[in-house]
Design a protein. Sequence first.
Length: 186
Amino acid sequence: MKNRTYSAQPDVVKQHAKLIGQKHRVLPEITPMNKHEKSKQESNTDLAEILVITSYPPRECGIATYSQDLIKALNNKFSNALSMKVCALESGETSFTYTDEVKYVLKTSIAGEYEKMAVRINNDTFVKTVVIQHEFGFYHKQEQAFLEFVYNLTKPVVIVFHTVLPHPDDKLKLKVKNMVILVIYR
């Protein structure tokens, strides 16, 4: 199978950059790698690190437990091939003591923390992929900061939506669509 080159549609990028209040930026062309090729940035001695942004125990939350179980299962199966780390979500005055897999903590109720966290993740050469466990309640008071955070990440991003309604209203559909487009065209 031949490699194909993809590029973002400029009008869509401009529209969504405007949505989050940022100037249009030129996106590089994206060339998918053949599965046998290695990234030039990837080191042979370092394990690829996947950073999961999620609520995490000891926080009492179904998504926290789900994420902990998922990370444990992936570590059991693939610990020789990748490293799983966590960016734990906290809000308000809450503060927890975490296990070693928690690398970062994001205070979701403070808008300025999102930009700082994007910079930290982008500068972290070990992080190769970011997985965001998304629940609207995690970010509802800082939706704009969250969208800017996703837009500013330079690592590949996967969003796992935990709220999937059979008949969402137009407002919710638009929120989900905007997040998906930001991930695709950032």
